[in-house]
Design a protein around this ligand. Structure first.
Ligand SMILES: [Zn+2]
Length: 147
């Protein structure tokens, strides 16, 4: 569970495969910590004031430095990035489903069509994910995070 200041971090972590919840609209302060507790999540925050809130494991990340934040998470909560990368929607955290390429071929840029073998779709928002050069760059960056 990440606090509302960490939306960018949550998106990055979801792409790496982390199950990341964010506050719902209007959900703030202790309510976030209570939901983290109810859902068995660790509360990730930049704010020390969260430490005074209800009993839930809190993990502080550095402020204003996305790379340092990701590194801190990877060290504290290691995951198999190679296996889990690009299995969750970065927007809403929903696990992606692999779908046949021909079902969505018209939504994929012509240049990408020749390069990809697999497309994944978010059952929640319909967003499509496929391997491309940006994914390769991101995988490389993810490996660097875990070194
Ligand atoms: Zn989605």
């Amino acid at each position: 569970m990440l606090d509302g200041m960490l939306v960018g971090l949550a998106r990055r972590l979801r792409l790496m495969g982390y199950d990341c919840a964010l506050p719902r609209p209007g959900e703030a302060g202790p309510a976030i910590a209570w939901r983290a507790r109810a859902e068995g999540r660790v509360l990730v925050t930049v704010s020390r004031t969260q430490l005074e809130r209800p009993p839930v494991e809190v993990f502080l990340v550095p402020e204003d430095d996305l790379t340092a934040q990701v590194r801190a998470i990877v060290r504290r909560f290691p995951i198999d990035v190679e296996r889990l990368a690009f299995t969750r929607c970065s927007r809403d955290n929903t696990p992606l489903k692999t779908i046949p390429l021909n079902e969505v071929i018209t939504r994929i840029p012509p240049r990408a069509r020749e390069l990809i073998t697999e497309v994944r779709r978010c059952p929640q928002c319909g967003r499509l994910y496929w391997d491309g050069t940006h994914v390769e760059r991101m995988r490389k960056r993810m490996r660097e995070y875990t070194e």
